[in-house]
Design a protein around this ligand. Structure first.
Ligand code: VGL
Ligand code: ZN
Length: 208
């Protein structure tokens, strides 16, 4: 069974000093580098997603006359309003400086349509359009995914849930995720939901 490591949104804007800072997210970069090392050694694929929004993206509170952190509706879908983050081709959308990106063989961009948010690496939140991730995995005969990154309660959760629905065997690298936690227990709840749907948990120290 072919395996791939899937690194979710390890971008500056989600790390220390970023526009949508996730607490303790810098620790996740060290975990990513450890996981990358194991996957390189075993000649398995390494894939990364990037949240990649046009400046006019409607998930940004300023573009929807909304308040940051509140929930509303965007084109018929529930939407959390975010600060401006991960604007395409800006420094905040780049990978964290310490991420060892040399062996990343594929980058999947998501969130490019101004009208819909896209937490999952596979589909937008309305499930109308897909990225090229599932095709890429199929072409490379990958059936088993090891997923980690930012944020546990949004992009990691949505990506894991879609991967499970698409029939992949999915591992969550538990020490490789951190959450936004608008409510303090959001990440904990997200992990419970992923487990209920069949995700398996692994610690990065057991990636050999
Ligand atoms: C994310 C909120 C908005 C994430 C992306 O990567 O989890 N969260 N855009
Ligand atoms: Zn975003």
């Amino acid at each position: 069974m072919k395996k791939a490591l899937l690194l979710i949104d390890l971008q500056k804007d989600f790390c220390r000093g970023g526009a949508l800072e996730v607490r303790n997210s810098d620790d996740v970069i060290e975990t990513a580098n450890r996981a990358i090392k194991a996957f390189v050694k075993n000649k398995n694929l390494i894939i990364a997603t990037k949240d990649w929004h046009p400046a006019g993206h409607k998930s940004f509170a300023v573009n929807s006359s909304a308040n940051i952190g509140e929930t509303g509706m965007l084109n018929g879908l529930p939407q959390v309003w975010w600060p401006v983050h991960c604007v395409e081709n800006t420094p905040g959308a780049e990978f964290h400086d310490r991420l060892n990106r040399k062996n990343i063989s594929k980058i999947v961009y998501k969130g490019r349509d101004t009208e819909v948010d896209s937490y999952s690496g596979f589909f937008d939140n309305g499930r109308k359009n897909k990225t090229d991730l599932n095709c890429f995995l199929g072409e490379n005969e990958v059936q088993e995914l090891y997923i980690m990154g930012l944020a546990t309660d949004y992009c990691v959760k949505y990506t894991v849930m879609d991967a499970l629905k698409l029939g992949y065997k999915v591992w969550l690298i538990e020490d490789g995720c951190m959450g936004v936690n608008i409510n303090p227990d959001d990440s904990q709840k997200a992990v419970e939901e992923m487990k209920k749907n069949g995700v398996l948990l692994i610690n990065s120290i057991n990636l050999t």
